[in-house]
Design a protein around this ligand. Structure first.
Ligand SMILES: [Zn+2]
Length: 243
């Protein structure tokens, strides 16, 4: 097993990992282990063993959980954090951190602090030290405007994890504004409410909005055994964007 558990032990906030007792898969978000996870449907290619039966995490959530816990420096000092379209797993985690002032934001969800379109955030410039926006931009028609807004409200030196599903076989992002029906978008973009499929130019689009972007293949550092145990996507990069 190549998982660098020592790295997690050295982290300020360690991942709670229960003994696996022979179970095949472990969810780092809730710490439970299973012989099977739930498949994830609703996409063009269903994914077996994708959703944690206990906390509902998907591959991308488990990767982010491991990443954040391996990078305690991201949470050094007092932080004002904007969490867009908050996932309950991470909402609970961020709210548990005593040094984090937590601001949740969503256009439609009821239990958030702020109802706002990402293209018109009400905050002054440089309002946040950190932003987590996970699998949101593929839903936003004017994503370039949303990226510029996120850049605008991020403080100099701040960080933003702006993650979107990518098709690495595409050099450029695929959009077709004549496709509007949900069933057509499912066929074209992989989900009824997606408006594009990002290609390898995703980093360029973020940089055009003013971010300094590093594409972190952290998942590969974990090794094949951990990728299998935690049911991660082996090709998913973390897009770490800095102001
Ligand atoms: Zn779980």
């Amino acid at each position: 097993m190549t998982f660098p558990i020592s790295a997690l032990r050295s982290a300020r906030r360690t991942v709670k990992i229960l003994p696996t007792l022979g179970w095949h898969y472990t969810c780092p978000c809730c710490g439970w282990s299973f012989n099977r996870m739930y498949p994830q449907h609703g996409h063009l290619v269903p994914r077996p063993n994708a959703r944690c039966p206990r906390c509902g995490s998907l591959e991308r959530h488990r990767l982010l959980w491991l990443y954040l816990h391996a990078k305690p420096e991201l949470f050094a000092g007092q932080l004002r954090l904007l969490h867009v379209a908050p996932e309950p797993i991470f909402r609970r985690y961020f709210q548990s951190l005593p040094n984090v002032t937590y601001v949740s934001c969503d256009l439609f969800a009821r239990n958030v602090l702020l109802h706002s379109d990402l293209t018109a955030l009400p905050h002054p410039d440089a309002s946040f030290d950190a932003i987590v926006c996970y699998h949101v931009l593929e839903h936003v028609p004017d994503d370039q405007h949303a990226m510029r807004e996120l850049r605008r409200v991020l403080k100099p030196g701040g960080w933003a994890i702006l993650q979107s599903p990518l098709d690495y076989s595409r050099a450029t992002t695929y959009e077709d504004w004549s496709i509007t029906a949900p069933e057509d978008r499912l066929h074209a973009f992989g989900q009824e409410d997606h408006v594009r499929i990002y290609g390898r130019d995703y980093k360029d689009r973020l940089e055009q909005a003013g971010f300094h972007v590093s594409v972190d293949m952290y998942v590969q550092q974990l090794g094949a055994a951990a990728i299998e145990r935690y049911r991660l996507s082996p090709n998913e990069a973390i897009y770490m964007c800095r102001a």
